[in-house]
Design a binder for this molecule. Structure first.
Ligand code: SF4
Length: 514
C-alpha cells in the first residue's frame, strides 16, 4: 500500500496589503500542531504514515509549498490546523491549492468548529467540526485509503475526557525559527466563565478537562532534553485547573529547570499560595485577563467575575514572588469613547503591572457577541482577515475605525514610554545592568511597535513580504467562486452546539473562586 504523507500546517493570514504574514523569527510556536503531530499513528489502514509540520508564520513558501503536490508513489494529506477566523481564508487557499495539485485536504480548528461552513462543504476540501481527539484517527484512516469524508465530527465538538499523548519535542532546527526556545503545552482545556466575547468556551467548552499530570511532566522532560527552555501553558485559566498544584509540585520535584508563562483569571488575587508555588515551579510571567477597570463594562461583557479592586493584589503578590504580571486590556467596548480609553491607560499606569497588552474588541465569529452583533446588523467589515483584534470590524457608536486603531497604538506608546520604562527598570533591578537591559529590550520593542503601528503580539519579528493573496485567489475562486462575495468568504453564522455538547456544558460546575 502507498504510504501516507501528512503535512500539518498552521496557516498564517493575509495582511491588509495582501501579503501573507511571515516573520524572520516567531514568538510562540503553535501548540495545536505539535499536539496533533504527537497523536498521528505510524501506520493507518495498513499504510505507513509520515508526518511533517509547517508553521507558516516562520516558514518561507519555497520551504514547503512543493510538499502540497500529489505523487504517484504516495498519498498526501494536507491538514490546516488550529485555524482561527482571521486565518480561515488563508487556510481555504492552501487547501484549494493542495486539492488542485492532487492532495487530500482538511481544515480544522476554532473557525470550522464554531462557524457554519455548510456552503463551502462538498467541494473537495474536508472540514473538522470537532477537536482533534474526536476525529483525527478516522481522518488518518480515510486518508490512507485515499478518500476523505466532507465533514468530520458533526454532532459532538468535545471529547468527554482528554487522553493526550506526550508531545513529540521540536527539533533544534524548529526551535531556531523562534526568538526563544519555547514550546506550548495544554495541561487542561475549557473555562467555566461566560464572557460574551470569548471564543475559548466555544472551542473548548465550559467544563475543565485535563490530561494526567504525568503526561505533562513527561512532555516537559522530553522538551527540556530537546533544548526547550521556556514553556507556555496555554490553558485558560491555570488557576481554575484542578490539577495546578499537583503539576507545580511535580515540576518542582522533577527539577525540570524550565521557566514558564501561564494565563490566570483575576480570581488568582485570592490565591497567593498558588502564586508562590508557581514561582517555585518556574513561572516568570502571568498573563491576566483584566480587560477593563470599569465594573459596568465588565458586567455588560458577562465578565462579572472581574473585580477591579482586586487587581492591585495580583500585581503585588506576583512582585513579591518574582513573577511579572502581564495585564491584558480590551479597548473599544460599546460604552467607551476616546477619553475612557485614555483614562483606562492612566489607571493601568497607576496600577503598574510589569507588562501590558491591548486588543481592539473583536466579535469573533462563533462567539455570543458575534451572534448578537450580527443580528443587530452591526458588523461592517466583510473580510474575515481583519477579525484579528487590531481592527474595528463593527459599527462602534462613538469611535470610527481609524481613531480606535490610533488609540490602540497610543496605548502601547504610553504604557511603554521609554523614560518611564527605564526609571522603572532601574528602580526594580538597581545595579544589575543585565536585568535592566533585558527589561528595556521588551519596553523598546513594545514602544517601537506602537510608534510603527504594528501590534507587538502579532507573532514575530522581522516582517517578510514574499507571497501575495493574488497568487492564491485563482485557487479560491475555482473551488468556492459561486459562494464568494467579491473575493471574500461571506461572514458565517454561528454553529449551534449539539444536544450532547450542551449537556457537557451544563455539567460544568462553577469552580470556587481562585
Ligand atoms: S475568563 Fe477568559 S477564558 Fe474564561 S470565558 Fe472569560 S475570557 Fe474566556
Amino acid at each position: 500500500m502507498r504510504h501516507l504523507e501528512v503535512i500539518l500546517i498552521k496557516p498564517s493570514k493575509y495582511n491588509p496589503d495582501g501579503f501573507v504574514q511571515r516573520f524572520w523569527k516567531g514568538f510562540m510556536p503553535n501548540a495545536t500542531g505539535r499536539h496533533i503531530m504527537s497523536m498521528t499513528p505510524a501506520e493507518a489502514s495498513g499504510a505507513p504514515v509520515r508526518v511533517s509540520w509547517v508553521d507558516e508564520y516562520v516558514y518561507r513558501p519555497e520551504e514547503f509549498m512543493h510538499l502540497l503536490s500529489g505523487s504517484s508513489d504516495h498519498r498526501t494529506l494536507v491538514a490546516l490546523v488550529g485555524v482561527q477566523s482571521h486565518q480561515f481564508q488563508r487556510a481555504l487557499d492552501l487547501a484549494a491549492f493542495a486539492v488542485a495539485h492532487g492532495c487530500l485536504a482538511i481544515i480544522g480548528g476554532p473557525h470550522p468548529m464554531t462557524c457554519d461552513t455548510k456552503d463551502l462543504q462538498g467541494r473537495g476540501v474536508s472540514f473538522a467540526l470537532a477537536e482533534a481527539e474526536q476525529v483525527w484517527p478516522t481522518v488518518i484512516g480515510d486518508a490512507a485509503k485515499g478518500e476523505l469524508q466532507d465533514v468530520y465530527g458533526e454532532g459532538q465538538r468535545w471529547a468527554k475526557e482528554l487522553n493526550a499523548s506526550v508531545l513529540v519535542p521540536p527539533t533544534k532546527g524548529e526551535l531556531k525559527r523562534y526568538a526563544m526556545p519555547m514550546i506550548g503545552v495544554y495541561p487542561a482545556r475549557g473555562c467555566t466563565f461566560r464572557c460574551n466575547f470569548c471564543s475559548v468556551i466555544k472551542i473548548a467548552g465550559r467544563q475543565v478537562r485535563s490530561q494526567p499530570v504525568d503526561t505533562t511532566i513527561q512532555t516537559l522532560r522530553a522538551a527540556k532534553n530537546a533544548g526547550v527552555r521556556i514553556v507556555m501553558f496555554t490553558s485558560d485559566n491555570m488557576n481554575k485547573y484542578p490539577g495546578a498544584r499537583e503539576l507545580m509540585e511535580a515540576m518542582i520535584e522533577a527539577r525540570t529547570g524550565l521557566r514558564f508563562f501561564c494565563q490566570c483569571d483575576t480570581q488568582i488575587a485570592g490565591r497567593e499560595d498558588l502564586i508562590a508555588l508557581m514561582a517555585r515551579a518556574g513561572c516568570f510571567q502571568m498573563f491576566v485577563g483584566a480587560e477593563s477597570f470599569d465594573r459596568e463594562t465588565l458586567i455588560a461583557a458577562h465578565k462579572a467575575q472581574n473585580r477591579p479592586e482586586t487587581y492591585r493584589r495580583i500585581v503585588d503578590a506576583c512582585r513579591r514572588h518574582g513573577i511579572k504580571s502581564h495585564f491584558s486590556s480590551i479597548i473599544g467596548f460599546p460604552n467607551q469613547d476616546r477619553a475612557d480609553i485614555r483614562e483606562h491607560v492612566n489607571r493601568l499606569l497607576a496600577l503598574d503591572p510589569d507588562a501590558a497588552s491591548f486588543y481592539v474588541l473583536t466579535p469573533f465569529p462563533g462567539t455570543e457577541q458575534y451572534g448578537d452583533f450580527r443580528r443587530q446588523g452591526l458588523l461592517v467589515e466583510p473580510n474575515l482577515d481583519r477579525y484579528d483584534t487590531t481592527h474595528l470590524v463593527w459599527r462602534h457608536p462613538r469611535l470610527p475605525p481609524d481613531e480606535l486603531r490610533r488609540l490602540l497604538f497610543e496605548c502601547y506608546c504610553r504604557f511603554y514610554r521609554l523614560d518611564r520604562a527605564f526609571g522603572k527598570a532601574v528602580r526594580r533591578y538597581g545595579m544589575r545592568p543585565g536585568r535592566v537591559m533585558s527589561s528595556m529590550e521588551t519596553a523598546v520593542f513594545n514602544w517601537m511597535s506602537g510608534v510603527l503601528g504594528r501590534h507587538p503580539m502579532s507573532g514575530g519579528i522581522g516582517i517578510r513580504k514574499i507571497d501575495h493573496v493574488r497568487e492564491y485567489l485563482p485557487y479560491r475562486r475555482k473551488l468556492f467562486g459561486d459562494v464568494l462575495a467579491g473575493d471574500c468568504v461571506p461572514l458565517p453564522d454561528n454553529l449551534e452546539l449539539s444536544v450532547s455538547d450542551e449537556e457537557t456544558n451544563r455539567k460544568a460546575s462553577p469552580l470556587p473562586a481562585g
